[in-house]
Design a protein around this ligand. Structure first.
Ligand code: URA
Length: 231
């Protein structure tokens, strides 16, 4: 890989900015100053900028406990984005599906397009569990109605798992993730979601990760996710 791409991929600046770093003799490979932006970096090479080692990371897998008030988008005119909450080496990250701006909970962020695409594909049936707080009391038929396929106008749900916690609280587990799906399902039974939090995504849970905090997925978790979607 070209040296300027290597450094730009690792977020050291734009292609133009990293070329300036190289020209200014701040980049070393195996402790030798390199002034050519098109130097072909090999796996065994040790790349340093300002004498700090820069390892190349091809893929990143991040689990964020998303707070309310942040959008799942690369840019937004009204709200800060979830990417402002994480520190990452890669700048080509995206979210695996989306949570609404006012939804909290477990959000995966990666630059692994194949894995992300499969994790949100309905055919792999990845369960997403939400904690829901409602404006009104649940009707007695809630479980029966929500668990069967529901016609939401633009699509029919595949069915879900409903667990009542109290008169105004429940868990709902769905395998799809259509726009505002959970909110729309409760609207259909004349209720309103006033607080929504995704508590799990497949086998991944928030555990004790505090609101707004994030962590990298472990190798085992990445492999397990890949296994679930046949990679
Ligand atoms: N369903 C919703 O309505 N909103 C979300 O953010 C996620 C699922």
């Amino acid at each position: 890989m070209r040296l300027d791409k290597y450094l730009a991929d690792m977020n050291l600046g734009t292609r133009k900015e990293v070329k300036t770093l190289i020209k200014n003799r701040l980049v070393k490979i195996n402790d030798e100053i390199i002034t050519k932006a098109d130097y072909n970096v090999q796996d065994k090479d040790i790349v340093k900028v300002n004498d700090e080692i820069i390892n190349y990371v091809e893929y990143e897998y991040i689990l964020l406990h998303k707070p309310s008030g942040y959008v799942c988008a690369n840019e937004d005119r009204l709200y800060p984005t979830v990417f402002e909450l994480i520190e990452s080496k890669r700048k080509d990250l995206f979210t695996v599906g989306r949570l609404d701006v006012d939804t909290e909970g477990l959000l995966l962020i990666t630059n692994d397009g194949i894995l992300a695409h499969r994790l949100i594909a309905p055919k792999f049936h990845i369960a997403k569990k939400y904690y829901v707080r409602l404006e009104n009391d649940l009707i007695p038929e809630a479980k029966e109605i929500l668990e069967k396929p529901m016609d939401l106008g633009d699509f029919i749900t595949k069915g879900s798992t409903f667990e009542k916690i109290s008169s105004k609280e429940a868990y709902l587990t769905i395998e799809e993730g259509k726009f505002h799906q959970v909110k729309r399902m409760f609207e259909k039974i004349d209720n309103k979601v006033i607080y929504l939090k995704r508590v799990s995504f497949g086998f991944l849970e928030l555990d004790d990760l505090a609101l707004s905090n994030w962590r990298y997925l472990s190798e085992e978790e990445i492999n397990e996710l890949k296994k679930m979607v046949g990679i």
